[in-house]
Design a protein around this ligand. Structure first.
Ligand code: MG
Length: 429
């Protein structure tokens, strides 16, 4: 048999239910998937888990037609920033009268919106179906489900039943103890090859079979092979108001962990030298200082800003000043160096990162830097749009040694620390 590999993974998030059992005093008119969970809607937590996953291509949410505004609010509260390699969000699809009808509508939307059909034809696609009200789904469980799907078999997350099971009569009297051997509690995500699942949903719709409570049941009905992978006990489905109270505690501890896991600190260093020539002033760290010589260079030769620009570019691994502003390009002749530094700061912002602090050391016998230090720090802070207390400017001589000691030029060293999102860590791990 030919071995085929399933490529792109799409996700259907089922958020069309009305969820009246979970309505609380604080959100009486709000279905559970939009209830507040530690400051933002439940659905935004669920979306975060899938939108941070690099194996997923597209995410579509099925919503009740009355919930368009709630959905938009949840989407706004998502914390994962769109980045190359992360999933695309497809416009929400209105759900049907039942969960089954809603999932079917989502599958039809995925089959119809098919921007890259030649690279990922329908038969090679995989789909995960997930309940919006399971916000604590982890990357590990998503991975296990994805790995267990094949072109001919689906997989669901599930947990073995651990409580002893009793059968009772309508008056509450126990009739028997039921063996729990081989019994599992089905969770979501439930994953399938897209084409056969869509075919089964269409068949069920056309033949009036409308009683399936999950997609694994439809797969069983259609004799599509299904396997179990290990779910997680904290992958709970928020059903009652009590569930929401427990979820608040889980969300609070998750938020603290994620803040630590999502950001990482990077450090960069830079070095630059410019030599003296005839002139009446030097540019140093963004300000002009009267002097009996000037610094020679293609631009304004601000040795301090050049070293600092390279330090910031180094911290984000984005080349160096010469690559972005080649000295061979006449456009930069005589240019003010503040624009080089501002460009580096823009590159930091574009990554969702921020500058924690920067530090510049000037190595020279003259001019004396001390009297100008406050203005230099302020100039750098203004260019980088950060607080002045995050900027260090220092100077040293080299005790008369070397080219700086011989007053032939000025050298500068700089370092920069930035905090940036760690895109390799998902928000739910
Ligand atoms: Mg330079």
């Amino acid at each position: 048999m030919e071995i085929k590999t399933l490529s792109a993974v799409d996700v259907v998030i089922v958020a069309a239910g009305r969820g009246s059992r979970a309505r609380t005093a604080s959100s009486p008119n709000c279905p559970k998937q939009y209830a507040d969970l530690n400051g933002r809607p439940v659905l935004s937590w669920t979306l975060d888990a899938f939108l941070a996953h690099t194996k997923i291509a597209r995410v579509v949410t099925i919503i009740h037609p009355d919930d368009a505004d709630l959905y938009q609010a949840a989407l706004t509260a998502v914390t994962v920033r769109p980045t190359a390699g992360l999933p695309q969000i497809i416009e929400a699809v209105p759900g049907g009268a039942s969960r089954q009808a809603s999932v079917c509508a989502g599958l039809e939307a995925l089959a119809a919106a098919h921007p890259n059909a030649s690279a990922h034809p329908l038969p090679d696609r995989t789909v995960l179906i997930h309940d919006a009200a399971r916000p604590f789904i982890s990357r590990a469980v998503i991975d296990r489900v994805i790995e267990a799907i094949s072109p001919t078999a689906g997989a669901i997350a599930a947990l073995p039943v651990s409580d002893t099971l009793k059968r009772a009569n309508p008056t509450g009297a126990i009739v028997e103890t039921v063996s729990r051997d081989g019994l599992w509690r089905a969770q979501t995500p439930q994953g399938f090859p897209l084409a056969p699942l869509l075919a089964l949903h269409r068949k069920a719709r056309n033949t009036g079979e409308a009683t399936f409570t999950d997609d694994a049941a439809i797969a069983e009905w259609g004799q599509l092979e299904m396997t179990l992978v290990e779910g997680e006990s904290h992958n709970i489905k928020l059903t009652t108001a009590e569930d929401l109270i427990m979820a608040q505690f889980m969300a609070q501890s998750r938020t603290i962990e994620n803040t630590r896991a999502e950001m990482e600190t990077r450090v960069g260093s830079g070095f630059d030298v410019h030599k003296f020539g005839p002139g009446t002033s030097v540019w140093l760290c963004g300000i002009e200082i009267p002097h009996n010589q000037t610094l020679l260079g293609h631009s304004d030769a601000d040795v301090g800003l050049h070293a600092l620009t390279d330090a910031i570019l180094g911290a984000i691994g984005d080349g160096d000043i010469g690559q972005h502003f080649p000295p061979s390009d006449p456009k930069w002749k005589g240019a003010r160096s503040d624009q080089f530094l501002a460009d580096a700061a823009r590159r930091v912002s574009a990554l969702g990162a921020r500058i924690i602090n920067v530090d510049v050391t000037l190595l020279c016998e003259e001019p004396k830097v001390g009297p100008h230090r406050p203005r230099m720090r302020q100039a750098i802070a203004d260019i980088l749009k950060i607080e002045v207390e995050r900027v260090g400017v220092k100077a040293t001589t080299t005790e008369g040694l070397g080219f700086t000691g011989r007053r032939e030029g000025i050298a500068s060293m700089a370092s920069a620390t930035i905090s940036r999102p760690n895109t390799t860590v998902t928000v739910t791990d």
